[in-house]
Design a protein around this ligand. Structure first.
Ligand code: NAP
Length: 292
């Protein structure tokens, strides 16, 4: 197999936690691995560790803050330049913010990173993913979804609350999954959301969201909580298993579909968030034409 034909996976947030465990597993599989990280030094350290553990040299680092649309566009151009195919895209990066912060585009950052970052990156890479079909897009979701307030997605009218902002942005991953799956029907590209379970994590730590309470919980109970490597098994199954060939528009748990929150099953809500997201990231309306 020539290098250009090697099966290729792109994992976001690949320098730590679940993303790093996934990048390691795919490198062991002998795939070409793209690691999208926001910090060059942290990414390089993770890449070196994975290379040393697997001997796979076909591991590529891309740097972008997924809260910056300019950085996403630059990284996507680099990815398209380097990868002739993308068989699997895993939108894994996620974070939480203790107080309301805004992206360079002036958008509340949980929404900007957790939902719009994945939305824009996927949109920019979609044609390359389509020509690689059969291909899979996996969005890493949570069970901590809260309501989507379409009147105040941006937390300008409500009092900002960290977990609600996180939960709303992660509900966006489900709306996005279901709408994109519908739009890609018949293309050979499947789109699913995977809940990896609860596992040991630095979630939000880099952004200062892990207070002393969570650090204490981790210290006292950390041993009882699954590791990112254990959590990765669910996502790896969703990425690799032939049982899931052609399966799309699902919310996947431990090798079985989960019941999504009712709001995420509302087709009007899915379309509404899609249209708003296209406008917020500057993609043309119906950038992926709706299927019947
Ligand atoms: N941990 C859980 O129990 C749990 C449960 C359900 C779902 N999840 C989901 O699992 C995914 C991975 O989380 P994790 O627990 O593995 O946490 P983690 O160890 O903190 O990993 C999150 C990754 O996302 C990256 N990231 C954060 N903000 C970013 C930004 N603005 N631009 C680019 N990358 C950014 C982080 O980079 P830095 O290292 O630079 O911060 C890190 O690599 C998330 O989507 C989370 O919502 C986690």
């Amino acid at each position: 197999m020539t290098d250009a034909n090697r099966r290729t996976v792109l994992v976001t947030g690949a320098n730590s936690g679940l993303g790093k465990a996934l990048a390691l597993a795919f490198a062991r599989d002998g795939m070409r691995v793209g690691m999208l990280v926001r910090d060059q030094a942290r990414g390089q350290t993770a890449r070196d560790e994975i290379l040393a553990a697997t001997g796979n040299r076909d591991i590529h680092l891309f740097v972008a803050d997924l809260g910056s649309q300019q950085e996403i566009r630059r990284a996507a151009a680099e990815i398209l330049d380097r990868f002739e195919r993308i068989d699997v895209l895993i939108n894994n990066a996620g974070t939480a913010y203790a107080s309301r912060r805004t992206s360079p585009e002036g958008i509340e950052r949980s929404l900007a990173v957790n939902h719009l970052g994945a939305f824009l990156l996927t949109g920019l890479l979609l044609e390359r993913i389509k020509v690689s079909a059969p291909a899979r897009i996996l969005n890493v979701g949570t069970r901590m979804n809260t309501a989507m307030d379409f009147e105040d997605l941006d937390w300008t009218r409500r009092r900002y609350r960290m977990m609600q902002a996180y939960g709303q942005s992660k509900l966006g991953n489900l709306h996005f999954t279901f709408e994109l799956a519908r739009r890609l029907a018949g293309t050979g590209v499947t789109v699913n959301c995977v809940f990896p379970g609860v596992f040991r994590s630095n979630l939000g730590g880099t952004d200062g969201a892990q207070g002393i309470f969570w650090k204490a919980v981790d210290l006292l109970l950390g041993w009882a909580i699954p590791t990112p490597g254990q959590a990765a098994e669910r996502v790896l199954h969703a990425a690799r298993s032939s049982d899931l060939d052609g399966i799309t528009g699902q919310y996947l748990g431990d090798r079985r579909p989960l019941k999504p929150p009712a709001q995420a099953l509302d087709r009007d809500a899915n379309q509404r968030l899609w249209t708003i997201s296209e406008r917020l990231v500057g993609l043309a309306p119906d950038s992926v034409p709706p299927s019947a």
